[in-house]
Design a protein around this ligand. Sequence first.
Ligand SMILES: C[S@@+](CC[C@H](N)C(=O)[O-])C[C@H]1O[C@@H](n2cnc3c(N)ncnc32)[C@H](O)[C@@H]1O
Length: 239
Amino acid sequence: MVILMSEQMENYMEDLRKWLAETADLEPEEMADFFSNRLSGYEQHMAVWEQSYQRFAGLLPKGCRNVLDLGCGTGLELDRIWQKYPDLCVTGVDLCPEMLKELEKKHPEKQLTTVCTDYFQYDLGCNRWDAVISFESLHHFLPDAKGELYQKIHASLKEGGVFLLGDYTACCEEEETLLRSEYQKRRKRFGIPENQFIHFDIPLTLEHELALLRKAGFRAEKVLDAPNEATLITAEKVK
Ligand SMILES: C[S@@+](CC[C@H](N)C(=O)[O-])C[C@H]1O[C@@H](n2cnc3c(N)ncnc32)[C@H](O)[C@@H]1O
């Protein structure tokens, strides 16, 4: 069966190929440096996702007490979540100390613990959280690493707990494959050590993301996959 791409998608892929060719000589920045170098304009830049932050906050089930936020940054999702649930107890994990300082500055009165570390290395614990959330962070990582993390998230949730993922997804398999191959090429070309994180987007298609979550044991459903909004997914740890 031949599936024709919509004109819009073809144009998008054409622009993406052009952009990749134009930026091929730029060395990717180390992840934490990328965000600390852009801290001053960060929240303004992310304001395009405002509607998605609102919707994301609305997905958190009532009655949650302990929430873990992976890649919390300055906490734009937490701003919205605390508006709805002011007494929520949050642990925010992020690699970038400057982003975490900004979050602490914004919410000195909240029940917040920040942990400056790589979430792949962080001990998420067992049956510990009512919800684990992550917004616009995991699209920087390869499927194998994400699959392992999803298993740890699953184990770390209480029964009936939920993982909420808000992120950007690839529009088609071609985009996913193209970006991943470019990511690997650039790492090789610039001799980037295996253990160093770089800021380069390698989103998965929605289908691939859901498959990884289901493989980790979740009942995962897409909630929203609309143009100009983040893709929102709920993944429940079923009893
Ligand atoms: C685009 S920002 C999103 C921040 C926040 N969730 C928001 O929506 O405003 C991505 C964040 O993920 C963090 N990050 C990326 N990889 C990480 C990792 N392996 N461990 C912890 N934090 C990570 C970055 O430092 C950055 O603060």
